[in-house]
Write a new protein. Structure first.
Length: 255
């Protein structure tokens, strides 16, 4: 007479397998202490700005550190720097690009991204407002005219001048039109600025605002204006600006 097999739940090897499967499944989930945290993101800018311009259009570079201290992933949607000079109209510069703080070459488009719990995003962010369609058309035409004039003059140089890599000056009218365009777009003035760094996230409760002030002195503006004076030799428009003009004001937190 055959014996009745023992129920499977009395087999210790079965429960060993169940425990192993449960351990594997649970390992795929965050710890309970993480899940119980509220949705929270911290934002900290570095204590100095990099201020410059392109054809007068204001540009700011700022190292920004984001840290997800909550228990849920956060979707970073946008980052906008709102600037209010003590004298003058308010203007906004959205984040457009970023470069990695670890020194990796190149820059990348600033697009929405997810930040997991306990993860950090810390990079150099480029803030600027793109030209309007009309200004973009005008700037490209002015640059094209100046580049064409400089190209002809470089081609007609004596060989000795070419060997010495001597620079030439563009036509005065072309240069003046480009410099006037730059002046018409200039927003940097000497004085105090109040800045609001506005981070928009999903969910909304993770969004952050960081307020600070900085000062641009007369010497800073003079240095920035020198960039336009080099347009006549094609610096920054015909070839890469070897002497990138920028200033580094210190920021003072208002939070």
């Amino acid at each position: 007479m055959s014996s009745t097999p023992a129920p499977f739940y009395l087999d210790w090897t079965f429960w060993t397998a169940v425990a192993a499967v449960l351990a594997l499944v649970l390992s795929q989930f965050p710890p309970v202490r993480v899940l119980l945290r509220q949705t929270r993101l911290s934002m900290q800018p570095y204590d100095r700005l990099n201020v410059t311009h392109w054809l007068g259009n204001p540009n700011v570079n700022l190292h920004v550190q984001l840290l997800n201290t909550g228990g849920r992933p956060v979707r970073v949607r946008s980052l906008i720097l709102e600037l209010s000079p003590d004298e003058g109209a308010k203007f906004s510069l959205p984040a457009q690009t970023y470069s990695r703080a670890d020194g990796a070459p190149g820059s990348f488009l600033f697009t929405p991204f997810n930040l997991e719990p306990d993860k950090e995003w810390a990079n150099f962010v480029g803030f600027f407002a793109p030209f309007s369609m009309n200004d973009e058309r005008t700037s490209k035409q002015l640059i094209k005219e100046l580049k064409a004039d400089i190209k002809v003059k470089l081609k007609n140089q004596p060989q000795e001048a070419r060997d010495r890599k001597e620079l030439v000056e563009g036509d005065a009218k072309c240069v003046e039109k480009l410099q006037e365009f730059s002046r018409s777009n200039t927003k940097w003035r000497p004085g105090e600025y109040t800045a609001v760094l506005n981070l928009q996230c999903e969910p909304e409760q993770a969004s952050q605002v960081h307020k600070f002030r900085f000062t641009l002195f007369e010497a800073d503006i003079q240095e920035l204006d020198e960039r336009a004076s080099r347009y006549k030799i094609g610096d920054g428009v015909y070839f890469t600006d070897a002497e990138q003009t920028e200033v580094y004001p210190r920021i003072k937190d208002l939070d």
